[in-house]
Ligand binder design. Structure first.
Ligand code: MSP
Length: 466
């Protein structure tokens, strides 16, 4: 039986069209999913949306729509974006899906019966007109910033989850499974904070109703993160996917590390479920060196990203420009530069030259010395550690070697069929290795060299004016 590999993206808040940040997480997961498929694994790749919660309810209200209508309008935008980016996911889950809602309710009941959920009171500064709590910092001269009216110190009935009970268990988990919080440099900040102590957390709301009802008290709805995190598990209860839990890898951004490495394992431990193997947090993108912000126009959505130089150049750029796990800065200028200098000049040109010469002079099998310079072992290791930027670097390092080889051997003068054979074989291998990153272009390259009757290829990466 094939080895199973289960990978997820976070589920996105569908309150606006997806932008480069969402695209980055999703492409990363797609690259890793494709790599594992290529290596013969039975892969389940899950993505979706986080439909509940106050944020969505408020955005819907502003548009004069019900939260369900509002999110129903945005979901096609996400699906369309992933199609444009060539994301080959297996299921798009929404937290409003019935199967998911049922799982969350069953788990809430289970955790409640176990004694890990108890009723208490949440105390805070409340604006009745807004039906919302504010922190002291958010107030304007002790008034609600929207209604400019005094707030009340209000106590609300809520259910708490006994997070405090899991402190030692969590610390043991981080100690025993060093990869649980990845990459390495993210571990210590979580460990330090958990060591400081954990407060129980409020996991129900009564001030709005856009969420999953708490089964043992219908006045309450589930806190959005309790609901959302379980999407990863509920998707594996669907027919045919039962053997995929626990997940091998949750790809997330660094901003949601705490929820995934503290709340999530504690909820799972409480529910008596197995824990995911790796939570991998990537860094954040800025846009022309500024924080991405919709309101200030500092944002690039998926359409814009794809329109700059095509889908594969966008996918390539994001994992070449910054190392996976660190922050990066996006600019169209550097995307175009990389498209021209790397994809068009290094890869595209080599494909054109080799295919044209192979058509003209033919190829002849030989003991291949060039391919030995490809460090497959290292590339595999990088992929196993999810260092996809490093894997990509390594593939391009080999491409440089191939370009030097053709320069030195000058097969256009020597008409050496053996050298051309070596280069053809190298490009066959390169197209396979690049297929998770740039699936469309890699397929084109692979088709050119599919048989030994090679024809001069059309241009794969057209240069773009800078
Ligand atoms: N709904 C929650 C996740 C629940 S998972 C059980 C959420 N949604 S989100 O839509 O706000 O963000 C989802 C992902 O997009 C996060 O991984 C976040 O890091 C990523 N990004 C959002 N902006 C980003 C950048 N500027 N750069 C890189 N990724 C960023 O959080």
């Amino acid at each position: 039986m094939k080895e199973k590999f289960y990978i997820t993206t976070p589920i996105y808040y569908p309150n606006d069209v997806p932008h480069i940040g969402h695209a980055y997480t999703t492409i990363a997961a797609d690259i890793i999913a494709r790599w594992n498929k290529l290596n013969g694994k039975d892969v389940f790749f899950l993505t979706g949306t986080d439909d509940h919660g106050k944020k969505i309810a408020d955005s819907a209200k502003k548009k004069g729509l019900s939260p369900k209508e509002f999110t129903d309008e945005l979901i096609p935008e996400f699906k369309e974006a992933w199609k444009k980016l060539n994301i080959d996911y297996d299921r798009f889950i929404r937290t409003t899906d019935l199967d998911h809602k049922k799982v969350v309710q069953d788990i809430l009941q289970k955790v409640y019966d176990k004694g890990d959920i108890y009723k208490g009171e949440y105390e805070g500064l409340y604006c009745v007109s807004c039906e919302a709590y504010y922190t002291q910092k958010e107030l304007e001269e002790n008034n609600c910033p929207i209604h400019k009216k005094p707030v009340e110190n209000l106590k609300e009935e809520t259910y708490f989850f006994r997070l405090s009970k899991y402190q030692t268990k969590l610390l043991n988990l981080y100690e025993k499974n060093k990869e649980f919080i990845s990459p390495k440099h993210r571990r210590q900040e979580v460990i330090n904070r958990v060591k400081e102590g954990l407060n129980d957390i409020s996991i129900s709301r009564t001030s709005f109703d856009w969420g999953i009802q708490i089964p043992f008290d219908k006045k309450h709805i589930s806190y959005v993160w309790f609901d959302a995190l379980f999407n990863y598990y509920s998707a594996t209860l669907q027919k045919g996917k039962e053997d995929f839990w626990p997940a091998n890898l949750h790809i997330i951004g660094k901003d949601i590390l705490w929820f995934h490495t503290v709340y999530w394992p504690a909820f799972l431990m409480s529910a008596g479920l197995e824990l995911p193997k790796v939570i991998y947090a990537h860094g954040w993108w800025t846009f022309n060196r500024e924080k991405i912000s919709k309101s200030r126009g500092k944002v690039i959505n998926v359409d814009e990203l794809v329109n700059i130089a095509g889908v594969d150049s966008a996918r390539y750029f994001l994992f070449r420009e910054s190392s996976f796990g660190e922050d990066g800065d996006f600019s169209s200028k550097s995307l175009i530069e990389r498209h021209n200098n790397e994809l068009a000049n290094k890869l595209g040109n080599l494909v054109s030259r080799v295919s044209a010469l192979a058509e003209k002079y033919g190829i002849e099998k030989t003991n291949n010395t060039l391919i030995k310079k490809l460090n497959n072992k290292k590339i595999n290791e990088y992929f196993e550690e999810f260092r996809i930027d490093k894997a990509l670097n390594e593939i391009f390092a080999f491409l440089d070697i191939c370009n030097e080889y053709i320069q030195n051997k000058k097969p256009w003068e020597t008409k050496d069929k053996k050298v051309l054979y070596e280069l053809v074989e190298a490009l066959r291998e390169i197209s396979k290795l690049l297929s998770p990153f740039i699936p469309e272009s890699a397929e084109k390259i692979s088709n050119i060299f599919k048989t030994n009757k090679i024809k001069k290829s059309p241009i794969i990466f057209k240069k773009i004016d800078e």
